[in-house]
Design a protein around this ligand. Structure first.
Ligand code: ATP
Ligand code: PRP
Length: 209
């Protein structure tokens, strides 16, 4: 019998997530790196795994299309989804930062234009600081914006710092650390308490190994 649905982000954290599940003795049939399939079952058919775009994981969990999700803190914050965030999986580590050309002084500019893939996170950060900002929402290659005058600065993910460096940009402010988190649908947490608690406990043990 199917106990719960687990939404996992496609992309750069997928391999690590699957390895973590394997450490918990959870294996999915037909799951290969080149597969285009999006739905998988474990051997006992108790867990349904769905692969979704990283940015969509919190939405699937909030709406109950998945009971459990494994998602980046970046996408959790941006979605403002009403879910429980239970565990830090200590993978996919990076940070949100404000970055721009060296010497740009964001405290002296009257109004700031911010290019970002994360408009909600960016708006909240600058509201807290009391800055007047205009947000330009982009979907990638955000580092280009200050180089061609589309924005004063960017709010983006920094991991190694290589993308900033190769484009002559620097971190101006650290905003928030990011890592992959375990999230749970609020109703599922009550309705499927046994199965979900078991999963959480097993995951905790794997994280400590
Ligand atoms: N250098 C990094 N750049 C982006 N995300 C990173 C990085 N390092 C770790 N992460 C984490 O990995 C998660 C998934 O990133 P990934 O790039 O696969 O998805 P994405 O941004 O939706 O990609 P795309 O839009 O190219 O499909 C992010 O949500 C973030 O939490
Ligand atoms: O600090 P680094 O290790 O260089 O990593 C940070 C870069 O990685 C991400 O981009 P991604 O590869 O997802 O491409 P994108 O520009 O299409 O978003 C992020 O948006 C930065 O551009």
């Amino acid at each position: 019998m199917e106990a719960f649905t687990l939404a996992v982000a496609k992309g750069r954290t997928a391999d690590h997530t699957i390895r973590l599940l394997e450490q918990m003795d959870i294996f999915f049939e037909d799951l290969t790196p080149s597969s285009r399939k999006l739905v998988f079952y474990n051997k006992k058919h108790t867990i349904k795994l769905i692969f979704v775009k990283a940015v969509d994981v919190p939405t699937y969990v909030e709406k109950g299309a998945a009971d459990i999700g494994i998602a980046g803190k970046d996408n959790i914050l941006e979605s403002e989804a009403d879910i429980y965030e239970i565990l830090d999986l200590q993978i996919g580590k990076c940070e949100f930062a404000v970055a721009g050309k060296p010497g740009v002084n964001i405290d002296t500019l009257q109004s700031l234009t911010i290019a970002t893939k994360y408009p909600t996170v960016a708006k909240k950060h600058f509201l807290r600081k009391g800055n007047n900002v205009e947000i330009v929402k982009l979907n990638g290659s955000v580092e280009l914006a200050p180089l061609i005058g589309l924005s004063d600065v960017i709010v983006d993910i920094v991991e190694t710092g290589n993308t900033l460096k190769e484009n002559g940009l620097v971190v101006i402010e650290h905003v928030e650390p990011i890592s992959t988190r375990l999230i749970i649908n609020k109703a599922s947490f009550a309705m499927k308490a046994n199965h979900i608690q078991q999963f959480i406990e097993k995951l905790k043990i794997s994280l400590e190994e």
